[in-house]
Design a protein around this ligand. Sequence first.
Ligand SMILES: C[S@@+](CC[C@H](N)C(=O)[O-])C[C@H]1O[C@@H](n2cnc3c(N)ncnc32)[C@H](O)[C@@H]1O
Length: 252
Amino acid sequence: MNKHALYTLIIASFTIGGCSTMKNSTTAGKASDDRPTIYDLCAKYSSDKCGQAHNFITFYDRLLTPKRDSIERFFEIGILNGASHLMWKDFFPNADIFGIDLKDYSDKGLKDGIYTFVANQAKREDLQAFIDKYGGDFDVILDDGGHAMDHQQVSLGFLFKYLKPGGYFIIEDVHTSLPAFYPREEFNVDDDESNTTLRMIENYIRTSFMVSEFMTQEEMMYLQKNIESIELTYRTTKLHSTMCIIQKKEEW
Ligand SMILES: C[S@@+](CC[C@H](N)C(=O)[O-])C[C@H]1O[C@@H](n2cnc3c(N)ncnc32)[C@H](O)[C@@H]1O
């Protein structure tokens, strides 16, 4: 093959590769079957993950719709009225859904396949009791609980080891790290903002060191060794909607 033909071939394969990547991202979430989409279910259960509020659902569509049939264990912190847990149960046909909250939901009659447990996400002994009862090995752990700095960082530090390799730990409402918009006392933000979840993530990206006053040394080391990627998403809503998606490394 002469040089010109080789260059043409390389350029053509880049172009085809680029097109197919774009195609995948634009078709992500469009159900290839008759099942309701994640948007349909979000609207059905009136979850605040969609529409006018934070609109995190577009990110969930991109991340989770391609994994819809393979996810088996999905754990969300923070139940409120059960909207999101009901949505996940309908969305993932092969998954058990787990939830913890300060309040007891055991008599609320959420669906079969949704398991709830009373726990404070900022207390390791509560999280341990939940794991002792239901096990780990989650495909996804989603934190939509109290959104204070200690809540977010204790839960991330303690629970990351209970994710499957390649699994995702998602922290919603990372914007509570921004005292210009959210009251610092309510979310346990220091005067100099040095303890915020947003600062911790930015510092990790900058230095490769995970440092948190709310984590043990062992938890920080485990995170440092086992993070594959971090994605911070920001949407220009009035709420400054910010979310963080942390993927765990696959096992070698
Ligand atoms: C934003 S709501 C959850 C909404 C629900 N995930 C949804 O999308 O439909 C937050 C929930 O977190 C719970 N919560 C607040 N602080 C908590 C804590 N420290 N530990 C566990 N749950 C907490 C509250 O009781 C409330 O039900």
